[in-house]
Design a protein around this ligand. Structure first.
Ligand code: PLP
Length: 315
């Protein structure tokens, strides 16, 4: 119940812009998300502690980090009087699915611009989006690459009328502010906080919420994603006017790239579930967790260190 009271209080300043929003968040979103210690002999052997920040438990329809990124964007859309929110994504995008669910919940019309050709029947992600009121439209790959350009956005405005724009993956300034709340919800002392990286928005936000010499480590799920360093900097520049917090990105645990996997990742996830009863999402969280355990094994963390792993999903 403490979590209940906390989230309502947190949102209460915004209730005028967001009718019944605070109440809904208080009752449907589990915030702050729980923190649990993971007891595992492999960690004990190296003298480190691992805490799980269970953002996967925030809401059954919206993965944790997607909600953290959408929350202030939905508020802003309301505040500026928008009736529609438009965003972009691939045909299997978690962000598209989460945006549809959030729009449905808070009574905001959503429009999803999907990369590539329309295919029928709709895959489960897009079918879910349509069931939750999202209008889908498709954009050829060439135009999709130019989706940040004024001309492309103007054409969308001509077609759909006025809308509040959320970029692909949901990572913008307000998304960072939502993710920056994660470290502050953890009352125990920690040295490192880890999260998976797709666009880097979650990492950029988390790093901005750190205190003292705490450090954030992002685990890239895309192959050769060294551009992520620039993207995280650029996102922090946009949100805060400059770099914030200590962070770095590990590029070694992508397992071949986005939505690619290897047998050793599967066996790690299966073994982890047998030991701990927690099924890790293989697109993101499984790769990060494999990376953490591998770095622990290689003594990359000092004995006595406390590490937090943010369980960003799945749904
Ligand atoms: C989308 C997603 C991410 C990636 O977050 P970014 O902010 O884009 O780096 C991580 N974990 C899960 C479970 C996701 O759905």
């Amino acid at each position: 119940m403490a979590g209940h009271a906390h989230s309502v209080a947190m949102m209460s300043g915004d209730t005028t812009e967001w009718p019944d929003g605070a109440e809904k968040i208080g009752s449907l979103f589990r915030l702050p998300s729980p923190v649990e210690e993971l007891v595992d002999s492999r960690l004990q052997a190296r003298g480190v502690r691992l805490l799980l920040k269970r953002d996967d438990l925030i809401n059954p329809d919206i993965p944790g980090n997607k909600w953290r990124k959408l929350k202030y964007n939905m508020q802003a859309a309301r505040r500026y009087g928008h009736k529609r929110l438009l965003t972009f994504g691939g045909a299997y995008s978690n962000h598209i699915r989460a945006t549809a669910a959030a729009g449905f919940l808070f009574g905001l019309q959503t429009i999803g611009i999907i990369r590539g050709e329309k295919r029928l029947p709709l895959n489960p992600v897009l079918a879910y989006a349509v069931e939750h009121g999202m209008i889908l439209d498709y954009m050829d790959r060439q135009t999709y690459r130019r989706k940040r350009e004024r001309e492309v956005i103007e054409a969308l405005r001509d077609r759909f009328g006025d809308f509040y724009l959320v970029p692909e993956g949901g990572s913008n300034e307000l998304a960072l502010r939502g993710c920056a709340e994660i470290p502050g919800e953890i009352t125990e002392d920690f040295n490192f906080i880890c999260c998976p990286c797709g666009t880097g928005g979650t990492l950029a936000g988390i790093a901005a919420g750190l205190r003292g010499d705490q450090e954030a480590i992002g685990f890239a799920v895309l192959k050769g994603a060294d551009w992520l360093n620039d993207d995280v900097l650029r996102l922090q520049e946009g949100a805060y006017g400059g770099p914030r917090g200590r962070w770095r990105i590990n590029l070694d645990y992508h397992f071949g790239g986005y939505a690619k996997t290897k047998p050793e990742l599967w066996s790690f996830i299966k073994d982890f579930e047998e030991r701990h009863g927690l099924c890790l999402d293989w697109l993101y969280v499984g790769k990060m967790m494999y990376g953490i355990f591998d770095l622990v094994e290689r003594r990359m963390f000092e004995p006595g260190a406390t590490i937090v792993a943010v369980i960003t999903g799945p749904i």
